[in-house]
Design a protein around this ligand. Structure first.
Ligand code: TRP
Ligand code: ZN
Length: 886
């Protein structure tokens, strides 16, 4: 914390149960975009578990106009309560049950933070997780206070014909002067963060689902009228998710109605409000000509994710926000299982590991590193992180693997049975798993409390005469802020021993009766462990951490030949891909080093051979092959560089890409011909794979854009009947300094200017283009009429793409990229601090860069520290600079 900061950290160890419980809440909204009046009637009683009789009643509240306060029907005056910018306190309340009525007003149109009640495109909507409800009324706004809600929404009928809230619609009627009202009742007790309302002029796409036990559920997906033809995929995904959760976890939906609403202005992806999910339009609307395969895939995953929260998050919720990963880690894991079941398991795994490595590993290695269950925060919004989500999911995956599918399911069954309707902790989840399996997971808890990515150093030796292969495995977790020394964590090391013919060799550890065929898992528990495999007649190549069995980094001295062998033969498809990536990484880093010491980057021979071998082999899984042919991106490579030099990395990767383009030209052409998708667009794994592969080939052809490639690319751009192919062509054109570039960008905008989600793609492609002049390009985009600072998707499209996916331009030597980012953070700091704080992220790793970049990033962080006012940005900057209290 900086000195004199008014924002004191919240600590896990300070947790106290609520002094008062809330049985029911009756909410009345007089909705108006300028000023909405809210009447909240709460039935409260002392919490017998709190042991604090006579405690004051503390209600949270922010940016509220207090109109009236009543206790047991009597109005209270300022003499008997106190109120400041954060809370309202009634020092004395009755001993037994009592009611409180609060009347407040809020200003939805002026709410640019997009937390609480706000407006988006003529709609009124809410976002309450984690602490937005306190911007609606004074309330015990904490997840361990669960209540039954009744909500009456009253609004102008013409502007807001549709009025939605959680649960079931129980009554409706007409009001005066063209107003109408609708009443909703949610039978399930819930914390305030799951409250939602929507009011607007919306079209409803409907569907129906019959649950395993035969109940009928109405599915309502609301969009603006012009988007009514873009809801089918989300509805289909929802039904898939509902069925899958019944089959995989025995979990049924529990209300008669499931509502989903698409919202254009949204801080994150989507929100699991009980019976009324709100979605960023990006993760719900799709039509083949406007959404890419990646969009379709994301929609399926996010729809699944929010649906799965109904059990992991809503029916069982979090005691406090330190437990966030209890719902998010588990739900991301469930989402990943669902994605794997809907498509190729190996591809799903590669994509989630790529996300983990791209965002979580860097976080874990930098100044904002924190455990999956953090122990303190200033602003909880800053902890919706890749660590809590993605690493949290990896930890659950390890539990799943350690207990086996049946054991894990039994543990989850027990968790659902025992804690249904409660607000619980990570500890409770682990206890349920332990009890159902009669297992001790004590050491496992370190994964929740210790930050940092464990490094696994593996060394081997082979004794041909004795027929033994020894593995020595050492684990080490680097220090992270506030945690200088680490304990060993349990690491399930899935491995195989690959023989010269490419098959797995039988594995028999010294002292074992029989050999194991295929993969096996060694559970590491100590800092150093040794394993001796016996009965081997040849030296194997170890295939380590198969399927990425733990979120760890493996260090093993593979030779190029060994990596090529694994890349060609490993029975574990994930590790087959991994071996190729490792080979590419090693050589690209060597080239970057050569550039650093004044040399020229060129295409490394072993990489050339590996890719050409891939091109010759028949591709049975096109999606997998597309990933194998793609070089690790500059962001990921940077993590392995001692001191990051973005220019050297870019030069190395470009030299390899253009080299491969040149040397294997015929191969790319024939690959594209072979896999180009004919016929109408279908979102099916096979077709998605074909498009990915053909477009990977196009990308290589356009890395050295000769006449033929340019023509082919322009033709694909013009003729494509789907956004996947059209965008792949546009991306390739936008990255090339050729006349067609401008032509295509203009035509695309002309065609799609009225479609905000497609315009986001147009913005992002230009912001991510590595061509010189990136900063100026981004400035021009921000001046373009299509841009808007108040729309988070636009900010992410331009600035997100620039700062996170365009390293060579963002890290321009003169620091102009950093300045632009910091200026934007300052502009957003007062309007939408949640988004502003997220944009600080790319600056936080300043210490890892070559000196002049390091200094320039540091200067911008200092400027932010001087000028930013929000606790959100303040906390991120303090952590980035690394001088907060440990
Ligand atoms: N709980 C949401 C999810 O499933 C995430 C979330 C947290 C969120 N805060 C939000 C979404 C604010 C939108 C806006 O992942
Ligand atoms: Zn979630």
């Amino acid at each position: 914390m900086r000195e004199g900061s008014p924002h004191a950290p919240v600590r896990l160890t300070d947790y106290q149960p609520p002094a008062y419980l809330l049985d029911t809440v009756d909410l009345h909204f007089q909705l108006d975009p300028g000023r909405t009046r809210v009447r909240a009637e709460m039935a409260l009683r002392p919490n017998p578990a709190a042991g604090e009789p006579g405690a004051p009643l503390v209600l949270h509240g922010q940016e509220l106009e207090l109109l009236r306060l009543e206790l047991d029907g009597e109005p209270l005056t300022r003499a008997v309560y106190s109120v400041d910018a954060e809370r309202l306190v009634i020092p004395e309340v009755p001993d037994g049950a009592f009611t409180v009525v609060v009347e407040t007003a809020t200003r939805p149109e002026a709410n640019t933070a997009l937390e609480g009640l706000y407006t988006s495109g003529g709609k009124l909507c809410t976002q309450c997780e984690p602490e937005g409800f306190r911007r609606i009324t004074y309330f015990p706004d904490r997840p361990d206070v669960l209540a039954r809600y009744t909500v009456t929404l009253e609004a102008d009928r013409a502007s807001y014909p549709v009025l939605l809230a959680n649960g079931n619609r129980v009554a409706a009627g007409e009001g005066e002067e063209g107003r109408h009202w609708v009443r909703w009742e949610d039978p399930f007790p819930k914390p305030s963060y799951l409250f939602a309302l929507v009011a607007g002029d919306l079209t409803c796409c409907t569907d129906r689902f019959t649950t395993a036990s035969g109940r009928e559920v109405d599915l309502h997906l609301y969009t603006e009228a012009h988007n009514a033809d873009r809801g089918d995929h989300a509805l289909a995904s929802l039904k898939q998710a509902m069925r899958w959760d019944e089959e995989a976890y025995g979990r049924e939906y529990d209300l008669d109605l499931y509502q989903v609403v698409a919202v254009d202005d949204f801080n994150m992806g989507a929100m699991e409000n009980k019976g009324l999910n709100l979605f960023n339009s990006q993760f719900v609307l799709a039509r083949p000509d406007t959404a890419t395969d990646a969009d379709y895939t994301n929609i399926q995953a996010v729809v699944g994710h929010e649906y799965f929260h109904n059990w992991t998050g809503n029916r069982i919720t979090c005691r406090d926000w330190f437990q966030l990963s209890l719902k998010e880690g588990l739900t991301v894991f469930r989402e990943q299982q669902f994605a794997a079941a809907m498509g190729s398991e190996a591809v799903a795994r590669i994509d989630s590991v790529d996300r983990l490595r791209g965002a979580q590993f860097p976080e874990d290695a930098g100044p904002t590193a924190h455990p999956v269950r953090p122990s303190e925060y200033v602003e909880i919004n800053n902890f919706y992180t890749p660590t809590v989500y993605e690493k949290g999911a990896e930890v659950v995956r390890m539990l799943h693997n350690a207990l086996g599918p049946e054991g894990f399911r039994a543990g989850c069954d027990r968790y659902f049975e025992r804690f249904d309707g409660q607000a619980v902790t990570v500890e409770d989840f682990l206890t349920a798993l332990e009890e159902a399996n009669d297992r001790d997971l004590r050491q496992f808890r370190r994964w929740y409390t210790q930050a940092g990515t464990p490094q696994l150093e593996v060394r081997s030796s082979f004794d041909a005469e004795a027929g033994t292969f020894d593995l020595c495995v050492r684990q080490h977790t680097p220090a992270t802020p506030g945690q200088p020394a680490k304990e060993p964590v349990p690491i399930p090391l899935a491995l195989g021993l690959v023989g010269a013919d490419g098959h797995d060799l039988p594995m028999q550890l010294e002292g074992e009766e029989a050999a194991i065929h295929g993969s096996r898992v060694l559970l590491l528990r100590y800092e150093e462990e040794r394993f001796r495999f016996t009965g081997l007649t040849e030296e194997p190549v170890p295939s380590l951490l198969r399927g990425f069995s733990a979120p760890a980094e493996v260090d093993y001295p593979y030779s190029d030949a060994e990596l090529a062998h694994l890349a060609g033969h490993d029975s574990d498809l994930f590790n087959r891909w991994e071996a190729g990536q490792r080979l590419a990484r090693t050589h690209l880093l060597a080239q970057a080093d050569a550039v650093r010491s004044g040399g020229e980057a060129r295409l490394p021979g072993p990489l050339h051979q590996a890719i050409s071998r891939l091109l010759e082999a028949p591709a049975d899984d096109a999606a997998l092959m597309a990933r194998a042919l793609t070089l690790p991106d500059e962001g990921q490579l940077a993590e392995y560089m001692e001191t990051i030099d973005p220019d050297a990395l870019h030069a190395a990767r470009e030299a390899a890409r253009t080299g491969l383009a040149r040397e294997l030209r015929e191969g790319w052409w024939s690959l594209r011909e072979q896999f180009r998708d004919a016929g109408p667009y279908r979102f099916e794994p096979e077709a998605v794979g074909r498009r990915a592969l053909a477009n990977t080939a196009l990308g290589y052809l356009m890395a050295e854009p000769d006449e033929a490639a340019r023509e082919a690319c322009m033709e694909q751009f013009r003729e494509a009947d789907n956004m996947t192919d059209q965008l792949a062509a546009l991306r390739a054109l936008a990255a090339s300094d050729i006349p067609e570039r401008q032509e295509a960008l203009e035509a695309f905008y002309e065609r799609w200017q009225d479609d905000p989600l497609v315009v986001d793609k147009w913005l992002a492609i230009q912001a991510a283009s590595p061509l010189p002049g990136g900063v100026e390009r981004v400035q021009a985009l921000m001046d373009h009429p299509a841009f808007s600072l108040t729309n988070p998707n636009k900010v992410r499209a331009v600035i997100g793409a620039f700062a996170m996916r365009n390293p060579v331009q963002f890290h321009r030597p003169d620091g102009a990229g950093y300045r632009l980012l910091a200026d934007l953070v300052l502009e957003l700091d007062g309007r939408n601090p949640q988004i502003a704080a997220r944009l600080v992220k790319p600056l936080t790793r300043w210490r890892r860069f070559v000196p002049e970049r390091e200094a320039a990033m540091h200067a911008e962080l200092e400027r932010l520290r001087e000028r930013a006012g929000s606790p959100d940005v303040g906390e991120m900057v303090d952590r980035a600079l690394g001088d907060e209290e440990a």
